[in-house]
Structures are given as structure tokens and as C-alpha cells.
Write a protein that binds this ligand. Structure first.
Ligand code: NAD
Length: 471
């Protein structure tokens, strides 16, 4: 297994010997051939993707085990089931999503047919991240196929086994020219970004998101940026503390904290903090047994760089629970940090690991002021049984999404558009929104040559007159 962030999937293994430019030429020709315009073709490709998921699940589980030691059940819950559900939804609603829409006529359109025609953008670039390497790569692929685009896919080099799976299997199941995989790292992504795409869909960090956005701006290419950030958790004193702790700890330990919507830090009273720490002790034991490192249900940190970054965050911290580190396995036990100040290093950037700082606050107003002092998060979690408190926080803050009394699970709701706001991203997908994201909604107005309608239309022609203006 490779530990650095510069590892490139062995291109010879997957027979990729072409340049980004050549890849683009092939995709352009494929798009111009018009085959992705055919609804039947798109449906077949989606069904093939479904078949790939059905036939190669074990390969995916194995790749995720190699890259992240991701537990089997987590692989199913967060990488396989969500994508299969989304594919089912896209196929089930395919005719509804793809057919033109007919808005109501206004009074100037009595003889016209106004319509919204669903047009693919063309050739789209999908750049994936490593933490959920199938979810964040295949989910947008499904939306882009349904919408009729050709795609160049760049999986993350930091999850090499998963990237190899994608390189190996996508061409077996999908049209090889319309949907190409271009693997590699920063250099390869930079080469791709020199090409003029019709849409770019990026999942990754906010800092790289800015690089992608400025490369896209050179060609006025529209983008979706699915980014990260610090997702806050607010807990008041009206909650069931056992269940609250259980849900937060589950969400925090998922993929060993390497989850874009994972709880990043907690805001609560001192009393709640004490209860949370003592419940966490019990719940970690229930979930993972006495020896956390030996539990098959905890993943590993993906790279040495991330492992060292996380360890350095623990310097000079007050560790209330956990804090054991095992460099050989890149394992850090779930760790709670208390006495945290907003100016501490741990409160500056997304933690992206199993470390959970708690900041004590005295009121919901103070919690809101902490949340609003940071960039807009991808998700905000409010634990309260008081609807006035919940409404207050919903109104006073801005975030990509919110869950009341749970964490993370909104990602699985295909009726809820998923995405960030501000620094946590631009645009949404999942469910119907995956189709909409990759679709240009072309406004079309159909007119006829009927003499009766011409009576209405002719008023616009010169010579102009006061009488015509008044009508
Ligand atoms: P990253 O930004 O380092 O990398 C993402 C992709 O960008 C990779 O494919 C990589 O090859 C490419 N890349 C990296 N550096 C580049 C450069 N200088 N120029 C061009 N391309 C470059 O992100 P990551 O470490 O893979 O993923 C973790 C981040 O992704 C976290 O911030 C997490 O919150 C976020 N994330 C967000 C979502 C979401 O749905 N919003 C999902 C998963 C992860």
C-alpha cells in the first residue's frame, strides 16, 4: 500500500498511454457522434453501471480494505448501497427527468408552446476524492450519463486500489469512448484542466477547489464543487444524552473520521461535556470492545501525511479520552479534546480524523456566534428537543445542510439535494439533482405561422405608433 499523496496508479496496468489532450479528442468525437443523445443508449449504460455494482461488489470491498481498511459494513452502507439506490432512482424516473417540461403560458404566448428542453452539457470532467472513492466518483458519473454527457473521470490517486478498480472495471461495463478514466495525481489533473470541458464536477478540499474553479473560469466552464470544512455539532440540555452520544460517535468514527460531513467539533455546556465524555467511554466499548486498535470496525488513516498532520493537532491539547496512536498502522484511537479555545490549531481547519474537540458555551446565542465566526460548513448538526432552539439555529446560521438530532445520514436521502455553500461548495447532486446538475435547461419557444396569431405578433413591427404602444 502506498502512503504518500503523490502515488500514481500504475498506468501500464490499465493500458492508459494516451495524453489528456488525446483523451479529450476521443471524448469530443464520441459526443459529436450523438450516441449519448439517445435515451436508449443512456439507459443501457446506467443498467450496465448497475450490473457492475451487482457483479463486482466484493472487488470494491477489497479495494476499500486495502486503501483504508474500511470495514465491510461501512463499505456497503456508504459506498455501495447509496450508489445502487441512486442508480435505481435515476432509472425509475428516467423518462420523467429527461422529457421536456412545459411551463404555463403567459398572455403573450396564447398561440405558442413554451418549453424547457433538457440538453447535456457535452464533455464533463469528474474529479474524485479518496475518502469515499466510489461514492464521490460513481454517483456523479451516473447523473452525467443519465443527462447524456460524455465523461472523463479522474479518480483520486490517494486511494490507489479503488482507483485501479475504477480503471479496470468502468471500461468493461461502459462505452469506452464516451466514458474514459484518466488516472493519476496532481500533474495529470493539471493536464486535464488545460482542456476545455463543458462542465467540471470536483470533490475535494476547499483549497484545491479554488484551483479547479480558476482553471474552469478561463473557459467559462460551469462547475460543481463538493468541498469540505468544519461541521459543527450543537447539543443543548434537553436531549437524550445516551442516544446523542451514540449517534455522534458513530458519525465521528465512520471511516475513522475521514468523512466530509463528519462531526468536526462540539459546542455544549460544561455539564453536557462531562456527560458526553462519560457516555463516550461506554459507547466506544460497546461499539469496538476494549482494544480499539484490534476492532475490525475501525478504518485507518489514508496516508502518512494525514496521520502526521492529525498527531500534530494533538500537541498541547487536553486529551479527555483516547489519544493512543499507532504509526505502523496509521491508527489513532477516537479522541476527545477539552478546554479548547477558538484560536487553537485544532479549530482552524477541517480535522478529517478521529479527533473531536469540545468548546463549552453558555447559550445557544454563543453557539451561533462561534458557528458564524467560521466559514459556512457543509453540514450542521443540532441536538435539541426544543423546537424554538432548533428554529433559532436554523434561521441564524448558514450551512450546506442540517440534521436535527443525528449526524451524516442526510447523505443517504436522495430526495434531499446534497452540497455545500460558501467555502463548503457550489452546487448540489444526489437523486433528481444529479440529473439536473449535468443538464442545461434550454428554453425553447415554439411559434407557428397561423394568421390569427400573426394578428397579435404584428403589433411589434414598424412603423411604430402611439396606438400600438398603448396596446
Ligand atoms: P484534494 O482536494 O486533496 O484532492 C481531490 C482531487 O484533486 C484529487 O483527485 C487530486 O488528484 C486532485 N488534486 C489535488 N491537488 C491538486 C492540484 N494542486 N491541482 C489539481 N488537482 C489536484 O481532496 P482529498 O484529500 O482527496 O479529499 C478530502 C477533502 O475532500 C476533504 O476536504 C473533504 O471534506 C472533501 N470531501 C468532500 C465531499 C463532499 O461531498 N462535499 C466528499 C468527500 C470529500
Amino acid at each position: 500500500q502506498n502512503n504518500t499523496n503523490t502515488t500514481i496508479v500504475n498506468v501500464d496496468d490499465i493500458n492508459r498511454k494516451i495524453t489528456a489532450k488525446k483523451c479529450m479528442e476521443i471524448a469530443r468525437l464520441a459526443y459529436d457522434s450523438g450516441r449519448t443523445r439517445s435515451l436508449k443508449f443512456r439507459k443501457t449504460q446506467l443498467k450496465n453501471l448497475e450490473r457492475m455494482y451487482a457483479e463486482t461488489q466484493e472487488e470494491m470491498v477489497e479495494a476499500l480494505r486495502k486503501d483504508l481498511k474500511k470495514p465491510r459494513q461501512e463499505s456497503y452502507m456508504s459506498e455501495i448501497d447509496i450508489v445502487q439506490n441512486d442508480l435505481r432512482n435515476l432509472l425509475f424516473n428516467f423518462d420523467k427527468y429527461t422529457k421536456p417540461e412545459y411551463p404555463n403560458r403567459d398572455q403573450t404566448q396564447l398561440f405558442d408552446t413554451p418549453m424547457i428542453y433538457k440538453e447535456p452539457y457535452g464533455v464533463v470532467l469528474i474529479i474524485g476524492a479518496w475518502n469515499y472513492p466510489f461514492l464521490v466518483t460513481v454517483l456523479p458519473i451516473a447523473g452525467a450519463i443519465a443527462a447524456g454527457n460524455c465523461i472523463i473521470i479522474k479518480p483520486s490517486e490517494i486511494a490507489p486500489a479503488s482507483a485501479q478498480y475504477i480503471c479496470r472495471n468502468l471500461p468493461k461495463y461502459l462505452d469506452k469512448e464516451c466514458y474514459q478514466v484518466y488516472s493519476g495525481g496532481v500533474a495529470e489533473t493539471s493536464d486535464l484542466l488545460k482542456e476545455k470541458f463543458d462542465y467540471i464536477f470536483f470533490t475535494g478540499s476547499t483549497s484545491i477547489g479554488k484551483i479547479i474553479q480558476s482553471a474552469a473560469a478561463k473557459n467559462l466552464t460551469p462547475t460543481t464543487l463538493e468541498l469540505g470544512g468544519k461541521c459543527p455539532v450543537y447539543i443543548d440540555e434537553t436531549v437524550n444524552m445516551e442516544l446523542t452520544t451514540k449517534r455522534i460517535i458513530w458519525g465521528k468514527c465512520l471511516n475513522l473520521g475521514q468523512t466530509c460531513v463528519g462531526p468536526d467539533y462540539i459546542l455544549c455546556s460544561e455539564k453536557t461535556q462531562d456527560e458526553f465524555v462519560s457516555w463516550t467511554k461506554r459507547i466506544l466499548g460497546e461499539f469496538y470492545g476494549d482494544n480499539l486498535k484490534n476492532s475490525p470496525d475501525l478504518a485507518r488513516i489514508a496516508t502518512n501525511r494525514h496521520f502526521n498532520r492529525l498527531i500534530s493537532l494533538l500537541n498541547n491539547c487536553n486529551i479527555a479520552l483516547g489519544g493512543q496512536v499507532h504509526p505502523n498502522e496509521r491508527f489513532i484511537s477516537p479522541t476527545i479534546v477539552t478546554n479548547v479555545k477558538l484560536t487553537d490549531p485544532i479549530m482552524q481547519d477541517e480535522i478529517f480524523g478521529p479527533i473531536l474537540p469540545i468548546i463549552t458555551i453558555k447559550s445557544k446565542e454563543e453557539a451561533v456566534s462561534v458557528i458564524n465566526s467560521k466559514e459556512k460548513p457543509l453540514a450542521l448538526y443540532v441536538f435539541s428537543n426544543n423546537s424554538t432552539t432548533v428554529d433559532y439555529i436554523l434561521n441564524a446560521t448558514s450551512s450546506g445542510g442540517v440534521i436535527v438530532n443525528d449526524v451524516v445520514v442526510h447523505v443517504t436521502c436522495d430526495n434531499l439535494p446534497f452540497g455545500g455553500v460558501g467555502d463548503s461548495g457550489i452546487g448540489v447532486y444526489h437523486g433528481r439533482k444529479s440529473f439536473d446538475t449535468f443538464t442545461h435547461r434550454k428554453s425553447v419557444l415554439k411559434r407557428n405561422f397561423c394568421p390569427v396569431s400573426e394578428m397579435l405578433y404584428r403589433l411589434r413591427y414598424p412603423p411604430y405608433s402611439d396606438r400600438k404602444t398603448r396596446i
